[in-house]
Design a protein around this ligand. Structure first.
Ligand SMILES: CC/C=C\C/C=C\CCC/C=C/CC(=O)SCCNC(=O)CCNC(=O)[C@H](O)C(C)(C)COP(=O)(O)OP(=O)(O)OC[C@H]1O[C@@H](n2cnc3c(N)ncnc32)[C@H](O)[C@@H]1OP(=O)(O)O
Length: 297
């Protein structure tokens, strides 16, 4: 499924991002500044995302750095998707750790300001960017680990859920969950499906009906996160875990390039990006077919 999503998202996204890079006032690629660091490390930074790549391990750390709360604005989402696309296209990159540079906050979720008082065109563009972020992350052919070093409500939780593994700081003040119901909004079904895949039907049902935010210990108990570690160990544990995951034989085990999809995989697109710009009803119309999600990672 990772490959399917990767391919369908890739074609929907690349063209759009390419256009954004040329025409956008949002910054786009031109704000990414590559530079070389010692020991085969490289880094590129935009205004909201820092990407540090260790070429010797194939592990990239993608750090969200958009104060005050890493809210997912259109600019943020665009930069995020561009950063992930660049890593996806980099054959040397095999794993991505997603984390935050902000104290106490992983991400506050969708930027509230993007959802009030905007034109239908803007809402359509914003919502497409939310979908693209999810498709890129969930559909990545790289191993993705969320190093959750702060609170992560709603869309922030979705980002973490879209990763392969979640490590959270064991700070009981930090909370995580899909709390949309508490805000009077309904989590789209693909948010729901991502949650169900992680915690199972009953926990997901209760979480969504009540809009629950879980403390870090409760998030571990319900399976919303996989591991709690002291706050200062979140990133190092994520690196160690990534090393373990990368030691598992990948698609190269059947003789193909590790980052090129196997011929056994059905590449027929099962996920469709839809034009939401003229329809508020279609906000939830990401056609996600769960039974195709079998060849992840
Ligand atoms: C186009 C589409 C239109 C409509 C779509 C409609 C429905 C479908 C969408 C359904 C899916 C929704 C998913 C979401 O993600 S909705 C967003 C939900 N997010 C939250 O509820 C988070 C709210 N924030 C918090 O809980 C806390 O702020 C947080 C725990 C993150 C941090 O707490 P702390 O005490 O440290 O800081 P605060 O003082 O509360 O906040 C600091 C400043 O940050 C601003 N802020 C906080 N959250 C957001 C946000 N999501 N977007 C934008 N800005 C945010 C907050 O206002 C403070 O600002 P200032 O007052 O300092 O200016």
């Amino acid at each position: 499924m990772a490959t399917l999503l990767k391919h369908s998202a890739k074609y929907a996204l690349s063209g759009r991002l390419a256009r954004l890079c040329v025409h956008s006032r949002h910054g786009g690629l031109q704000c990414l500044q590559p530079c070389l660091l010692p020991h085969q490390r490289s880094a590129s930074t935009g205004s909201k995302i820092l990407v540090e790549m260790d070429n010797s391990t194939g592990i990239a750390v993608l750090t969200m750095k958009s104060p005050p709360v890493n809210s997912l604005s259109l600019d943020f989402l665009t930069e995020f998707s561009i950063s992930l696309e660049k890593l996806e296209l980099d054959r040397g990159c095999r794993g991505v750790i997603l984390t935050s540079a902000l104290p106490k906050i992983f991400s506050a979720g969708l930027d509230i300001m993007e959802m009030c008082g905007k034109s239908p065109e803007h809402c359509g563009e914003f919502w497409k960017a939310v979908q693209e972020m999810w498709l890129r992350l969930y559909g990545s052919s790289m191993i993705t680990i969320a190093a959750i070093n702060g609170s992560s409500p709603a869309g922030g939780c979705l980002m973490a859920l879209a990763c392969d593994y979640r490590i959270m700081a064991e700070n009981p003040k930090y909370s995580i969950g899909l709390n949309e119901t508490q805000l009077g909004i309904v989590a789209p079904f693909w948010f729901k499906d991502t949650l169900v895949n992680t915690v199972g039907n009953r926990v997901a049902e209760l979480s969504l009906q009540l809009g629950l935010l879980y403390s870090a210990p409760d998030a571990l108990r319900t399976g919303l996160v996989d591991l709690l570690v002291p706050e200062d160990k979140v990133l190092s544990t994520a690196s160690q875990t990534m090393t373990q995951w990368l030691a598992i034989p990948g698609e190269n085990a059947i003789g193909s390039n590790p980052r090129v999809s196997s011929s056994k995989v059905d590449l027929t697109p099962k996920v469709h990006m839809v034009d939401l710009s003229h329809s508020s009803e279609s906000m939830c119309s990401l056609n996600w077919i769960p039974w195709t999600c079998s060849n992840r990672a």
